[in-house]
Design a protein around this ligand. Structure first.
Ligand code: FRU
Length: 468
């Protein structure tokens, strides 16, 4: 059955689901999250005609990875979002098993979505089409159908088109798996978004000397940033290392020189984009004023996601906060988008021995800590340690209670921490590192600082900011 015949079920799911999700004490108070069902990747993130548009992978019918639609929110300031009508439903033969991830472009004033139509067969096989949809005057979208079939030499895992315009020409990067089961990023070019020519592989296993780099690269995003080019993507199958790539799948960045003439990307090594427990499939766009803004999914597929307690309330996952990206001294810096400061209520300051610091209500909280040593306990459900090794985040596995740790290694002098009802985002040294994680404390949740070191603390309670 296609999702078209399930419209009444979608309406019912939303009507019944939203009050249930909002009654959950873990439902985010200022991060975008689904009103019901499962949300994953940010899609089609764009500043268009005076608003930001953020689409998202959404199964409104349940907490599982079926029936992927494109939900749609819009905002003028990246902080206050409003619901728009569902943009895409998997109701055509070519997208019947999901309108998978993709991007949005401004094509001569027409908001145009580029997405993957995913088709699965009973024998376990699959194919994928890269498809277009254009916005109508009433805000709805009309599908224009597939514009790119599976390229030769690749399996059915070819998806997540990120499209941009450079010097009047369209470019697309795609995540792919070749027939030898190696993960790749493919580049295509087009004059009109409808006819695409292949330009080859620009990154992946076996490209640019990369080895042991995984069997499938998802969600690529390539962009110019501060005199360099950055490729972000999600290589599946990277070997775990003692202190990084510890999640089921990581998100990485690499920088280098992208040459439009030769369609080649000479890049440096891979770096983990976020060292927390939950972060995947990020996407960037250019803000009205030229800043490069990133939003990620604060979730990871195929791990413990289905054990999250919010499933009992019919919803699962949330976005990260929007981040500004900068490239400096060979590093990618990420800081919370400055618009988020609107959420701050009165500022408080405190200085002294960590264990004497006030306990803070962690539900809607931002704090800055100047210190190189501290322990912080988040309602007994998450533990943050800063010491000579860097930052450590510990929490219990939802599966078996075993303690799990994530690491950011380096000298630490400053932390900026953003908390919501069931999430924490830690920005280290003004953006040198980030750790994003969900956690599920009993509420009201408090953060308690521990240890004898001297800390300087600035903190704000944050305003509630729900999607309207
Ligand atoms: C990443 C991803 C994408 C795909 C989408 C499906 O999380 O697997 O590669 O397009 O999710 O929801």
């Amino acid at each position: 059955m296609t999702l078209a015949s399930r419209w009444p079920a979608v309406l019912q799911a939303v009507m019944q689901g939203q009050p249930c999700a909002l009654a959950d004490s873990h439902y985010p108070q200022w991060h975008p999250a689904p009103v019901t069902g499962l949300m994953n990747d940010p899609n089609g993130f764009i500043w268009f005609a005076g608003r930001y548009h953020l689409f998202y992978q959404w199964n409104p019918l349940g907490c599982d990875h079926r029936y992927k639609c494109w939900g749609h929110w819009s905002s003028v300031d990246l902080v206050h979002w409003q619901h728009e009508s569902i943009a895409l439903m998997p109701d055509e033969e070519y997208d019947r098993n999901g309108c998978y991830s993709g991007s949005a472009v401004d094509n001569n004033g027409v908001l145009t979505l580029c997405y993957t139509g995913n088709v699965k067969f009973d024998d376990g096989g699959r194919i994928a089409w890269q498809c277009l949809a254009v916005q109508n005057d009433d805000g709805s979208f009309t599908k224009q159908g597939p514009v790119l079939p599976l390229p030769e030499g690749y399996t059915g895992h070819v998806r997540d088109p990120k499209v941009w315009c450079h010097d009047g020409q369209w470019y697309m990067v795609l995540g792919a798996q070749d027939l030898q089961k190696q993960g790749k990023v493919l580049l295509f070019t087009s004059d009109d978004l409808h006819h695409w020519q292949p330009c080859g592989e620009i990154a992946g296993q076996g490209v640019n000397g990369l080895t042991d780099s995984g069997y499938m690269w998802e969600c690529p995003d390539l962009f110019a940033l501060d005199e360099t080019h950055v490729l972000i993507c999600c290589p599946q199958g990277l070997a775990r290392e003692p202190h990084r790539y510890l999640n089921t799948y990581p998100s990485v960045w690499m920088s280098g020189a992208f040459d439009y003439e030769t369609a080649s990307f000479a890049h440096g090594e891979l770096h983990e984009l976020d060292a927390g427990f939950e972060f995947y499939a990020p996407q960037t766009t250019v803000a009205e004023d030229g800043r490069r803004i990133l939003i990620g999914w604060m979730g990871v597929p195929d791990g413990e996601e289905m054990l999250q307690p919010t499933c009992a309330y019919g919803w699962i996952h949330q976005m990260t906060c929007p981040r500004e990206l900068k490239y400096r001294d060979g590093r990618l810096w990420q800081t919370p988008a400055r618009e988020l400061e609107q959420l701050r209520e009165a500022e408080h300051q405190w200085q002294g021995r960590a264990s004497d610091a006030p306990e803070l209500e962690a539900t809607r909280l931002e704090f800055e800590l100047s210190t190189s040593y501290v322990n912080a306990d988040f309602a007994g459900a998450l533990r943050l340690t800063v010491d000579d090794y860097g930052v450590r985040l510990e929490r219990a596995s939802l599966k078996n209670g075993e303690m799990l740790t994530r690491y950011w290694q380096g000298d630490v002098s400053h932390l900026r921490v953003l908390c919501d009802s069931s999430s924490i985002e830690i920005f280290i040294n003004h953006g040198e590192g980030v750790m994003s994680s969900r956690y599920f404390p009993d509420h009201p949740a408090r953060v308690r600082f521990e240890g004898a070191s001297d800390i300087t603390l600035r903190y704000w309670s944050l305003r509630r900011c729900m999607i309207e």
